[in-house]
Ligand binder design. Structure first.
Ligand SMILES: [Zn+2]
Ligand SMILES: [Zn+2]
Length: 372
């Protein structure tokens, strides 16, 4: 185990000027230099402050396009008219009617089917939270090939667009948060941020800025690109066929109940839990880290979205693998990543030092000094 302090002198001039150009935020720079790494090479859960290799910092910053862009300005004049995508409206309506019906079928379901539904919920949610979000969108830790395959399969079960598209939308959400270029701009209201953005054509700025986002790291990931090229088949099998056939084949559940409960109801619940991060966690809760932005700390959303509700923290420090100041508290996704580190399947988890968090709280927080 080696625990040495990070040092600015480790950077040569070129790397330092690149760093300074990319991040005009002294605090963020300080935070990155104080990043602690929790990896498979460490013993147990010991968090080590280690000297970060300069090339590692350069690579991370070049390919990370999720930091708020203060230079973007919305275009003046009236907003473009809303154009509904009727196919999505009808499909979402059918899904939610089916899920509601599935809810009333719960008493008719076998115990094994209900347990299986919960497992499917967790499995598919992890494909979004630990996979598309913390690994691929923010590169907040590194995952081995088997873990990336596992996360891509579970991501297909969640059926929230393929990983590539999810990452593009999410980096845009952070970089242009709550502007016209944010795919689910919460300033357009709860319904729009929750589901409405999927039911209509995107704002032209979302398309324009989305095309310019740096996604080279994602394009270089064979697992992501394989999932993208086989996406329709993978969602058909993982999101619909498998959750319906497994209860029927292994413990004799009726196909009817299996289709409505572990398939449709579970799918709709994971969707809504994820959407609540975009809607409720941008509106309800306190802002201990940055009161100048709308994302908030919301423990209820964190519970439903297995750890993704600490949203004021997350928008302030998007590169923290725990997406929260409080590690594993209400945060099954962080527990999962820590377990993967212990098993040697994940490494290099980035987190923020307590001093940096406290300094930020004092400077821009709302004074609530608590989370949730
Ligand atoms: Zn957000
Ligand atoms: Zn994020």
């Amino acid at each position: 185990m080696f625990c040495t302090e990070s040092s600015l002198s480790r950077l040569d001039f070129t790397q330092w000027s690149l760093f300074a150009k990319l991040e005009n935020d002294e605090e963020l720079k300080a935070a990155i230099f104080k990043m602690t790494y929790r990896g498979s090479r460490s013993s147990g859960t010991c968090v080590e402050t280690t000297t970060i290799k300069p090339e590692e910092i350069g690579e991370d910053l070049v390919s990370r396009d999720d930091v708020f862009d203060t230079t973007y300005r919305e275009k003046a004049g009236p907003k473009p008219p809303r154009k509904l995508v009727w196919r999505n409206v009808i499909l979402m309506l059918l899904l939610h009617v089916g899920a509601l019906y599935g809810f009333f079928l719960i008493p008719a379901a076998k115990f094994h089917t209900l347990a299986f539904s919960i497992i499917c919920f967790m499995f598919s949610a992890l494909g979004v939270t630990a996979g598309a979000h913390r690994l691929w969108s923010h590169r907040s830790y590194k995952a081995s090939l088997p873990l990336r395959i596992f996360l891509a399969v579970s991501n297909s079960m969640a059926f929230q667009n393929d990983i590539y598209e999810w990452v593009r939308d999410h980096r845009g959400h952070h970089k242009y948060s709550e502007t016209d270029a944010d795919p689910h701009n919460a300033l357009r209201g709860f319904f729009f941020a929750h589901i409405g953005w999927l039911l209509q054509r995107k704002h032209p700025d979302v398309l324009e800025k989305g095309r310019k986002l740096d996604l080279r790291d994602i394009e270089a990931d064979g697992v992501v690109m394989f999932q993208r090229s086989h996406y329709k088949k993978s969602i058909l099998v993982m999101c619909f066929i498998m959750p319906t056939l497994v209860p029927w084949y292994f413990w004799g559940e009726s196909l009817y109940v299996a289709f409505y409960v572990p398939c449709l109801l579970r799918y709709a619940l994971v969707l809504n839990a994820t959407w609540l991060v975009n809607s409720a966690a941008h509106m309800f809760g306190n802002r201990p880290y940055d009161k100048t932005i709308n994302p908030r700390e919301n423990s209820l959303v964190a519970l439903g979205a297995i750890g993704e509700g600490f949203h004021n923290y997350h928008h302030t420090f998007p590169y923290d693998y725990a997406a929260s100041e409080f590690g594993e508290r209400y945060n099954l996704t962080t527990c999962f990543i820590d377990l993967m580190c212990l098993l040697g399947l994940a490494s290099d988890c980035k987190s923020v030092s307590k001093e940096t968090i406290m300094a930020r709280r004092m400077r821009t927080g709302d004074g609530s000094h608590r989370s949730g």
